[in-house]
Design a binder for this molecule. Structure first.
Ligand SMILES: O=C(O)CCC(=O)C(=O)O
Length: 287
């Protein structure tokens, strides 16, 4: 029995994203919440980004103002390497099955992360498309946004630009600086038609990686935590080094090795791998 009916498929093709309610079962959801809360507790013992990803950059990133009374863990990179629950979500959730229905049958894992905006966090995410950070030979690439907390219009919601996956791939450079953000004029155009990606814990948004999106400030005293992972068609060959490297990168989550390379035609600038724990500092350089 397919997870996606024809209406949901059509909506995904048209607007580039869909919300799947209750796509993470309650045991997996509790596990994600437990693991993340454990990392928040540990973060209290640190005053700067810590831990190690595969390439030596810090795995755990802290927002400015992080302190014991108000921990502000904002990023955990490649959590599938340290959480069996995250690996289970990637390998066997309904969300992954739905992605296989859209770009399968042969699908592989590209990267994963937790992004959190704790109460008092100062993080906003500027407009960007994920595909230009992680270009592959073809654009059958979907970002899976798992709501670990309820996401409301005021606790740091992601805003999505419907239909933008059918439009251009925009530059993430301003002058000679890789800012990881679209320029202000394009961003203000996107704002005009953007829709908020709200839902409850356990819901999932499937977003085509070309969809332009941004996210707002958390204005509440509730955390907003997302587990985000990226799946690509198995014949989409990554064109640049992985900005969130993982020992699981390239793992098949469905189907078999196609032994083929498929291409989509595009012409973009090379992205830059962040020097720090995550792309938030790159975006801070945008005008
Ligand atoms: O966590 C957020 O608010 C946005 C995340 C995002 O857009 C990204 O990581 O590409």
């Amino acid at each position: 029995m397919p997870i996606l009916d024809s209406e949901k498929r059509k909506l995904f093709q048209e607007q580039g994203f869909i919300l799947l309610e209750n796509a993470i079962d309650s045991q997996l959801l509790k596990g994600l919440q437990r693991d993340f809360n454990g990392w928040v507790k540990d973060s209290i013992n640190h005053s700067k980004p810590y831990g190690k990803m595969l390439d030596g950059r810090p795995r755990f990133d802290l927002d400015s103002g992080h302190r014991q009374e108000r921990p502000a863990l904002r990023r955990v990179a490649s959590p599938t390497e340290i959480s069996s629950i995250c690996l289970s979500v990637v390998c066997s959730s309904y969300a992954t099955q739905a992605v296989v229905e859209l770009i399968g049958p042969d699908v592989r894992f590209h990267h994963s992360k937790f992004n959190s905006k704790m109460p008092g966090s100062e993080t906003v995410v500027k407009w960007h498309q994920d595909f230009t950070f992680d270009p592959c030979s073809n654009d059958d690439s979907i970002t899976i946004i798992v709501f670990v907390d309820n996401v409301t219009e005021t606790n740091g919601v992601i805003m999505l630009s419907p239909g933008s996956h059918k439009g251009p791939l925009y530059s993430l450079w301003q002058d000679t600086v890789f800012t990881g953000a679209l320029n202000e004029d394009i961003a203000s155009e996107m704002e005009k038609t953007a829709v908020p990606c709200v839902g409850k814990a356990g819901d999932v948004c499937l977003m085509h990686s070309r969809v332009a999106h941004a996210s707002k400030l958390n204005q509440t005293n509730q955390p907003r935590t997302l587990f985000i992972y990226n799946l690509i068609a198995a014949d989409a060959i990554p064109l640049v080094p992985n900005a969130v490297p993982s020992k699981h990168a390239g793992m098949l989550v469905s189907g078999k090795e196609p032994g083929r390379i498929r291409t989509t035609s595009f012409d973009i600038e090379m992205p830059e791998i962040p020097k720090d724990a995550s792309f938030f500092n790159q975006q801070a350089q945008a005008k």
